[in-house]
Design a protein around this ligand. Structure first.
Ligand code: AMP
Length: 327
């Protein structure tokens, strides 16, 4: 099936169910929350006679301004329901584990597929965000679907955050056309950007201190290790600690940068970013995955952390040896 046929199959499926449950990946970012909220609202506006829920088990504090989600429903209500999971590459990343109880599952996603799932799967890994796919879905069936300013605000949030404010490589002319359609709904971007990007003064002080702790390997891999003690010292949520990945995103010659954030259970969340070369296979080697230039992984010991840093250094060394033209 080509993309148009897949989208048609998804719309047909939606029409054929009375109960639909929308979900996403855990530890959600702007794209996961924006795409699910936007898609859910679009369905609710279009099909008011259907039961449509947005159900997950976690949320992200920094996106609380977008509002909440629905409470969990009884297991038996899943049996004759359609589940639609957005922005989630593999089933082990489901935020709502009960999705597997649904009669059928639809996947809509832009991650590199390493563990496919879903009775219908629409994956476009070159899209800059899943939110962009929601716009594309809306555009395709514009005559049948209802959309409003709030849908547009949700979806635009994911487009902006997942594309690094329209800077990343996957941003295409179509991305900007899609963004333009969303802006056409009259989004209040000043309020949106204030919610997304203003920081507490305490956090800015943490940023200053932590920036001094960035290490750089021989070949230019920048990294930060934020252990539990540091998180406690600055009274940080793990979400705030994880945001330190962005402190390293503009160092000349550092084409790979890594943040290691110790979890409560002693394991370590790894965030990988790169420019000019890909880092997703490195993430996959350490139980992760994601996109070519933005991936995640998990480490279980200091040795594993060091081994990942060494692998990244080797990868970057090889890349620099064989390529020029980067800054
Ligand atoms: P993050 O650093 O958590 O923002 O992740 C970057 C990208 O990689 C996001 O698109 C995530 O959905 C994806 N990702 C993060 N961790 C994993 C993982 N363990 N397995 C697969 N994909 C992941």
């Amino acid at each position: 099936m080509n993309n148009l046929q897949v989208k048609q199959a998804i719309l047909d499926k939606i029409k054929s169910y009375d109960r639909i449950i929308v979900s996403r990946h855990f530890r959600p970012d702007g794209d996961a929350i924006g795409s699910t909220k936007g898609f859910t609202r679009m369905l609710q506006l279009t099909f008011p006679e259907k039961e449509i829920y947005l159900i997950n088990e976690d949320y992200s504090d920094y996106l609380a301004f977008l509002g909440g989600e629905d409470e969990q429903i009884a297991d038996e209500l899943y049996k004759d329901a359609l589940a639609i999971v957005l922005d989630t590459g593999s089933m082990d990343r489901f935020s709502n584990k009960k999705v597997t109880l649904a009669k059928e599952i639809i996947k809509i996603d832009h991650h590199i597929p390493i563990a496919p799932y879903g009775d219908i799967s629409w994956v476009e890994e070159l899209r800059s965000s899943t939110c962009e796919m929601v716009v594309d879905f809306y555009k395709t069936f514009k005559d049948e679907l209802k959309f409003d300013k709030l849908c547009a605000t949700y979806v635009y949030t994911g487009m902006v955050t997942d594309s690094g404010r329209f800077r990343f490589r996957d941003v295409s002319s179509e991305t900007l056309i899609n963004a333009s359609i969303m802006l056409g709904f009259g989004i209040d971007t000043e309020t949106l950007y204030a919610n997304l990007y203003l920081e507490d003064f305490e956090y800015i002080k943490f940023k200053g201190e932590i920036t001094n702790k960035i290490s750089i390997t021989e070949n230019g891999v920048a990294y930060l290790i934020i252990d539990k003690a540091t998180q406690e010292k600055f009274n940080l949520t793990s979400e705030q600690a994880s945001a330190c990945i962005s402190f390293m995103d503009s160092i000349k010659g550092s084409l790979i940068w890594l943040a290691f954030i110790e979890n409560k259970d002693g394991s370590t969340r790894v965030r990988l970013r790169s420019r000019f070369l890909a880092c997703n296979e490195l993430g996959e080697k350490y139980r992760g995955g994601g996109h070519a230039q933005a991936a995640g992984a998990t480490c279980y010991s200091d040795e594993e952390i060091q081994s990942l840093i060494n692998d990244a250094d080797k990868l970057l060394g090889e890349f620099k040896k064989n390529n020029g033209g980067w800054l």
